[in-house]
Ligand binder design. Structure first.
Ligand SMILES: NC(=O)c1ccc[n+]([C@@H]2O[C@H](COP(=O)([O-])OP(=O)(O)OC[C@H]3O[C@@H](n4cnc5c(N)ncnc54)[C@H](OP(=O)(O)O)[C@@H]3O)[C@@H](O)[C@H]2O)c1
Length: 247
């Protein structure tokens, strides 16, 4: 199957390109999601059967002062892609931030919002645009670089995010096996923990910090319910007889 990836130079995109050899990943110079013509031309040229949309404006703090850039990329960009899809299926990469983040354990079918920041608003609107594609799968996730890069980590924020080298193979599996996924929304994450606990797994020296110092509104508990993925993952990777992969 011919797959096309947007955002191939990003944190997730770089891993997906390694995990899915052969995936077509045009650079921004060739496929600029804010430019409808460029999107149309790239899809016309490559004729993908599946488009994985990982390109986005992802600077959560920067989005507060650069709303127009954020909206153009995340909302306008997703609209341009959906319009150009034709018969191609869309896998749209979304975020746990579509939820308010007070109670945690958010299920795929719960109503999203309200949102805490402008980036989250743009990603929520983008999700709804992605849902207008005839064939679509929304994957909500959250990931960190493979090494914890900061001296502090918040002990007052609960999350189900994980390191990119743990999350990306799961997303790659879902992409490879998308024909076996009947849901239109899927949470791909790991167990609920504090950000501090996550940081300690890879950096035992990290100190506990508070979200009060983040400079942007952050949730208390943004963890996603992952039961759907936990049931699906072993079936996709091992198949019904455990030695036979479905895809
Ligand atoms: N990081 C997280 O924890 C997280 C959590 C939940 C969801 N997500 C979502 O996951 C996806 C990937 O995130 P990431 O962290 O891998 O992003 P990232 O490292 O910030 O990379 C963003 C990617 O989008 C591309 N891009 C931005 N604007 C573009 C445009 N106008 N046209 C074409 N490409 C453009 C960038 O290309 P250039 O190299 O040219 O700039 C880059 O490849 C995003 O949809 C994000 O919202 C991320």
């Amino acid at each position: 199957m011919k797959l096309l990836l947007t955002g191939g130079s990003g944190r997730l995109g770089t891993e997906l390109r390694k995990l899915l050899p052969g995936i077509i990943a045009p650079a921004r110079a060739e496929l600029d999601i804010t430019d409808e013509r460029s999107v149309g031309q790239a899809l016309e040229k490559y004729q993908p059967e599946l488009v994985v949309h990982a390109a986005a404006y992802t600077d959560v703090k920067g989005a507060e002062s650069h709303k127009q850039d954020c909206w153009r990329s995340n909302v306008g960009g997703t609209r341009h892609l959906v319009r150009a899809l034709g018969e191609a299926k869309l896998i749209h990469i979304s975020t746990d931030y579509v939820f308010w983040g007070d109670k945690g354990d958010y299920h795929e079918d719960e109503p999203p919002g309200p949102v805490r920041n402008y980036y989250a608003l743009s990603k929520l609107v983008a999700e709804e645009i992605a849902r207008s594609a005839r064939h679509h799968l929304i994957i909500r996730s959250s990931f960190r670089p493979a090494a914890w890069p900061y001296p502090l980590a918040f002990e007052d924020v609960y999350t189900s995010q994980d390191y990119i080298d743990i999350i990306a193979p799961k997303i790659a599996l879902a992409i490879r096996c998308h024909e076996h996924i009947t849901f239109d929304t899927l949470h791909i994450a790991t167990e609920r923990k504090t950000v501090f606990e996550l940081a300690r797994k890879r950096n035992p020296e990290v100190k506990a910090g508070s979200k009060i110092d983040a400079g942007v509104a952050l949730p208390d508990d943004i963890s996603l319910n992952i039961e759907r993925w936990q049931k699906l993952e072993p079936k996709l990777s091992k198949g019904p007889t455990r030695d036979q992969a479905l895809c």
